[in-house]
Design a protein around this ligand. Structure first.
Ligand SMILES: Nc1ncnc2c1ncn2[C@@H]1O[C@H](COP(=O)(O)OP(=O)(O)OP(=O)(O)O)[C@@H](O)[C@H]1O
Ligand SMILES: [Mg+2]
Length: 775
């Protein structure tokens, strides 16, 4: 069976054409084969990023494990470098331990290319990361872009030149083709014709266009800015205004400008030509380090001087002028972004304008609104979208938190509390823990907020396996909530505390806390969750029937169409109960429903738990390699967020799944395990769910035998049993007999009941014993 692998790349999609640079492309590709770290160095706007993306996308075919783009421009803090890489590679956590180790482990021997874009402001952190990763990961190559080299041993430094310029110095009149062939002119033409489709090079304008490109030193960004003017201006006007501006800047001196001064002059020039409304929006947009959607721009940048209704039209004029770049965002929305150089220039203008604080306050207000709205979707339909959305705005959320840290304690706490569930569910455990701890240390924090912060801190630490810390904070939050008379909140703390106690081995305290919550609360979510917690505890103690009863009660307490998310964890434990009671098909069925939910939420913790059960099922199906691949994936996901499987569960999974699977798989075990460890969430889900990966029937289906003799099974049941014994999945059986899959399940349930067996394998054995399979 051919499984089509998803494209392994997150390269940004470019909406404009790439021009020239053929020789550079092949030289860089060559360098990447002889060296493992290549740095494209040069000042702003020369086209380093664009070139690196082009090289990477052409190299994709040779890199089975993909090419991964990590944009560092928006990051202010060196510790975020490794985190950003981890986030892109899906290995995203650090707490207390250097993340570099996790990253190295994650990449292992995979053959991949990492593009580290815009390293210049974080040189040390980038150098350390590159050196460390290259040392431990033999199949890794890194392509960096930076104003300065990283200075790492083995680094190949490649300095980028401006685009080729037309040579028009000679006495002879230059033929049109000479102009048309130069890269700089081609870029100008490509961009100008986006605004004016009829725009072409003619004997009348060629000299002028060439002159503009020369004046701008062949710097692509500067050329794009100039070409962005061609909708309203003739090229003669563009050149004239540019010359004026340059004369102004050089005080009339004829000596040229340094390249970065040229770009600055081009930015100044572009800015000078904006109208008031465009300037206002332009500088205000600099508060978005990670890009933005229209709605955010309207909320943050509009005021009396710039009405919200004008933001869209103003924004599209900035896009035309190449000051803002559009790209594809979530749910088909367009996202916008400024190139970092442009954003920094805009930030300077913002600083001069004195509008900085006001705009940043609106930025914080907006993202606080987003975060609080998102938080209201916790355990509700729609939460997957909101989690995804928070993930895509993570840079902006960080920037808002940073600003609050210095300026606004109250909003800092609110924002932190609103984001805590996101950090938890998405596995940003270490980062979340730092922010929450920081908020706790704010002198003006109120008791209620402090208790909430401690509650989240305990949940984050609990997933990290730090039970002592988690327990201490859960106890303190419980005490405070009780003092304040916050019954429901207190119940949540107690609920967490109960499970922490159970995981730490103190069943008695665990039961006491959970019983107290179950016996007293009227809050539906809390009731559901505490029944699940207690059910889990009973499973851990081996009290299967009692545990199942509580878990089933939790499902029925939830009820209603909104109940999918709150009960998802309960379903996981029910599936574990099914599994332990050898009702394998039921376990599979339950998890087949729930696995996509965990995936949608990006919840690696829950996903890994479900994979453990699927691995157990694979073992039952006598496919130990599949079991090990699933376990390898589960282990990797836990590793990525540094959230170990709680020891009591770990012992069981090891004894009942991993060790037997290893013994059965023999020499193939390690390979299967590490193949699993390289899977993305989607691949792991596909592996867990895919019927195709069950051993397919080898023999073409023979006609069904004429069943003779007495049998407890009905004719239909006999047919189903036979097909199952031939290795067909339920879906395949359904198709073959032209009946619904549900009906097949019903037959199987009755067959199991009549034969007193638990698994497909046992049904198969029963069929074989009757000789129905033939020779
Ligand atoms: N060969 C090219 N073809 C088409 N467009 C290009 C090319 N090179 C650069 N550009 C465009 O010029 C602009 C600046 O390029 P880019 O962002 O790659 O510069 P950079 O060197 O990475 O700058 P910085 O140091 O500020 O990050 C971008 O809009 C980019 O799309
Ligand atoms: Mg760049």
């Amino acid at each position: 069976v051919k499984v089509r692998l998803p494209v392994l790349s997150n390269l940004p999609v470019q909406l404009t054409s790439f021009v020239g640079r053929e020789a550079e492309l092949s030289e860089l590709r060559r360098l990447l084969t002889v060296g493992r770290l290549v740095t494209v160095a040069g000042t702003s706007g020369l086209g380093k990023t664009r070139l690196a993306v082009e090289v990477a996308s052409r190299a994709q075919r040779d890199l089975p494990d993909g090419v991964w783009f990590v944009g560092l421009a928006a990051l202010a803090d060196p510790v975020l470098v490794a985190r950003e890489v981890a986030a892109v590679l899906g290995a995203r956590e650090q707490f207390g331990e250097p993340l570099l180790g996790t990253l190295a482990l994650h990449v292992g021997a995979r053959r991949m290319l990492l593009v580290l874009d815009n390293c210049e402001h974080l040189l040390d952190a980038c150098a350390r990361l590159a050196e460390g990763m290259l040392r431990s990961c033999s199949g890794l190559r890194i392509l960096a872009t930076s104003h300065e080299p990283l200075r790492v041993p083995g680094e190949r430094i490649w300095r980028i030149a401006p685009l080729g310029l037309p040579d028009s110095g000679g006495a002879e009149p230059t033929p049109l083709e000479t102009f048309a062939q130069s890269e700089a002119v081609r870029l100008f033409l490509a961009r100008a014709s986006l605004l004016r489709p009829q725009f072409t090079l003619s004997p009348q304008n060629a000299q002028t266009v060439a002159r503009i490109c020369q004046r701008l030193d062949g710097i692509p960004l500067a050329i794009e800015l100039a070409a962005g003017r061609s909708e309203m201006m003739s090229v003669d006007d563009i050149l004239e205004l540019l010359e004026d501006r340059f004369r102004l800047l050089t005080g009339g001196s004829r000596t040229g400008l340094q390249r970065h001064q040229t770009l600055r002059a081009a930015l100044d020039w572009g800015h000078h030509l904006l109208d008031d409304g465009e300037r206002r929006l332009f500088r205000r947009l600099s508060v978005f380090p990670g890009g933005f959607e229209l709605a955010a721009a309207e909320a943050v940048c509009a005021d009396a001087a710039l009405p919200a209704g004008e933001v869209l039209s103003t924004l599209s004029r900035l896009v035309d002028k190449s000051l803002v770049v559009p790209e594809a965002g979530l749910k088909g929305h367009t996202r916008y972004r400024m190139l970092e150089t442009v954003r920094q220039y805009a930030a300077e203008r913002m600083h001069e304008s004195g509008e900085g604080d006001e705009t940043r306050r609106r930025h914080v207000e907006h993202f606080l609104g987003v975060a609080e709205q998102a938080a209201s979707f916790e355990r509700r339909p729609g939460q997957a979208y909101w989690l995804e959305r928070l993930e895509s705005e993570h840079d902006d959320l960080r920037a808002a938190l940073e600003w609050c840290r210095a300026h606004d304690a109250a909003r800092r706490i609110r924002l932190t509390l609103a984001l805590s569930w996101f950090w938890l569910v998405r596995g940003h455990l270490g980062e979340g823990r730092e922010w929450v701890q920081g908020a706790l240390a704010v002198p003006s924090v109120r008791p209620l907020e402090e208790a909430k912060a401690r509650y989240w801190l305990s949940r984050l630490a609990f997933w990290q396996g730090d039970y002592t810390f988690a327990r201490a904070h859960a106890e303190r939050s419980l005490a405070t909530f009780q003092e304040l008379g916050e019954e429901v909140e207190a119940g949540w703390s107690r609920n967490v505390l109960g499970t922490i106690c159970a995981y730490a081995g103190d069943d008695e305290a665990g039961q006491r806390h959970l019983d107290a919550v179950i016996g007293s609360t009227g809050d539906v979510d809390l009731r559901v969750d505490s029944l699940i917690s207690k059910g889990e505890l009973l499973l851990l103690r081996g009290e299967l029937a009692a545990g199942r009863e509580l878990l089933e009660r939790s499902l029925s307490s939830a009820g209603g169409p909104d109940a999918r998310w709150p009960v998802a964890n309960g379903v996981l434990f029910l599936a574990i109960a099914d599994f332990l009671e050898r009702d394998y098909e039921r376990a599979r069925q339950r998890l087949t429903d729930c696995l996509p939910l965990y995936r949608q939420a990006g919840n690696r913790y829950a996903l890994a738990g479900a994979l453990d059960v699927f691995a157990g099922l694979a073992l039952v199906d006598r496919d130990p390699e599949r079991a090990l691949r699933l376990e390898g994936a589960a282990a990797a996901f836990r590793d990525q967020i540094r959230a170990p499987l709680p020891p009591r569960w770990h012992a069981r999974v090891r004894e009942s799944v991993i060790e037997p699977a290893r013994a059965a798989a023999g020499a193939a075990a390690d390979r299967a395990w590490s193949a699993g460890g390289r899977m993305t969430m989607d691949e792991a889900v596909a592996l867990a769910l895919a019927d195709e990966l069950h051993p397919a029937p080898v023999i073409p289906l023979q006609p069904l035998p004429d069943f003779a003799g007495p049998s407890p099974l009905s004719r239909r049941e006999r047919e189903v049993a036979l097909l199952v014994a031939r290795g067909l999945t339920n879906r395949q059986v359904a198709k073959h007999l032209v009946i619904a899959e549900r009906t097949v399940e019903g037959h199987l349930e009755r067959i199991r009941g009549k034969l007193g067996v638990h698994s497909r394998t046992q049904i198969a054995v029963w069929v074989v014993e009757r000789g129905w399979l033939g020779g």
